[in-house]
Design a protein around this ligand. Structure first.
Ligand SMILES: Cc1cc2nc3c(=O)[nH]c(=O)nc-3n(C[C@H](O)[C@H](O)[C@H](O)COP(=O)(O)O)c2cc1C
Length: 355
């Protein structure tokens, strides 16, 4: 059995749901640690006032008893407090009574850079909101909760994952300037994982390569347009003699240009993944668009929005990397029970110990 994650939820719907299957039984979860990650996702300079309405907390509906996993599907929920303002507009069932609150009028002016245009064409929607509500990054909240669970599993075998923004001088000033110009910005984040043993992932099948899985998971996050592992794009300009990490007598490397991954496997060094985020597409000074009903030129939808979400991306990408590492670790070490998972890891370390 492998680890799997399915999620559901719209940005202004009642809530966000994730179902995690394949978790070993007997894993201790800490509610405060999950909520702390949810809080970290909401913080950061440049976020919209929405973050003051939501104060995300995880609720568990199934798969946990007295703080320990049961080995059965784990169901997580994060409620959208803002749904109170969208009860009519985002009612799952045909709403009763007169339209009231937000989201009552159809959106017909798609935003360049968002899901709006291709989303309505693909699914045959008349209202752009039917596409944008799920495309929005709001549901990354429940993915961060799932990432927290993954980090708890990884911690049992000594793996730690952390994410942050890549230092950029004057980041806050750049955001302030963009806000004043009614514009948005992007940025770069970096995720590191320590304690990863060599041999997670494989070269045997491309869908199981750990580098590919990490890149897909991070690229799958909204607004990410570039992912690199280790020195990534810069390696293309180097000679082989400068680009690879020589192997010392203790099997360790004095450099880590490969970012801890060779041939689709972890190599025992720190895993380093970087992601580039584009400037957010919802602009207070909207770009040109077309009204999908009248065919007339117009200005794209303006909706409450972040000016920057780079710090939030660091938390979301940390969760994505943690999840993929947990999947690879679960595939390698198996275990219906957490003790079996830990014992298999120990046995593996003993087998590969330097002779
Ligand atoms: C944490 C986070 C917060 C985001 N917040 C916003 C936002 O407030 N406004 C916006 O227009 N886009 C926001 N985005 C980006 C859009 O969701 C994304 O650009 C859009 O879904 C189109 O997908 P793509 O950029 O991957 O092509 C956010 C992304 C992330 C990861």
């Amino acid at each position: 059995m492998t680890l799997r994650l399915a999620s559901a939820g719209e940005s202004h719907g009642p809530g966000l749901v994730a179902i995690l299957t394949g978790l070993p039984a007997g894993l201790t979860l800490d509610r405060d640690a999950i909520d702390a990650d949810l809080r970290r996702r909401q913080e950061g300079y440049g976020r919209s006032p929405r973050q003051r309405i939501e104060q995300d907390r995880v609720e568990v509906l199934a798969g946990l008893r007295h703080g320990r996993t049961l080995g059965t599907p784990l169901a997580l929920v994060v409620w959208n407090r803002d749904h109170d303002n969208w009860k009519w507009g985002m009612s799952p069932w045909p709403p009763e009574g007169d339209p009231v609150g937000k989201g009552t009028k159809p959106v017909t002016l798609p935003r360049p850079g968002h899901a709006d245009l291709a989303g309505v064409l693909k699914y045959g929607h008349a209202d752009v909101r039917d596409a944008l509500e799920r495309a929005s990054a709001r549901h990354t909240a429940v993915h961060v909760a799932a990432g927290s669970v993954a980090k708890a599993l990884l911690a049992t075998i000594g793996i730690a994952v952390s994410g942050g923004t890549v230092d950029e001088p004057g980041l806050q000033a750049r955001i302030d300037e963009a806000r004043a110009d009614r514009d948005t910005v992007g940025g770069i984040v970096e995720i590191r994982a320590t304690g990863v043993p060599p041999g997670l992932g494989t070269y045997a099948a491309k869908e199981d390569r750990l580098d590919g899985r990490l890149a897909a998971a991070v690229m799958g996050i909204q607004a990410v347009k570039g992912v690199e592992i280790g020195d990534g794009f810069a390696l293309a300009r180097l000679r082989g003699s400068q680009a690879h990490d020589e192997i010392g007598p203790d099997r360790r490397r004095s450099t880590n240009r490969a970012g801890g991954l060779e041939a689709g496997m972890s190599n025992g060094e720190e895993i380093v993944v970087r992601a580039a985020m584009k400037p957010l597409p919802t602009l207070m000074k909207p770009l040109a668009s077309v009204d999908l009903v009248t065919g007339e030129p117009g200005e794209a939808l303006v909706e409450r929005s972040d000016v920057a979400a780079v710090e939030a991306l660091a938390v979301v990408a940390e969760a994505a990397v943690a999840w993929e590492l947990a999947v690879s670790a679960r595939d390698k070490f198996g275990g219906d029970a957490t003790v079996d998972f830990v014992a298999a890891h120990q046995a593996y370390l003993a087998r590969i110990a330097w002779r």
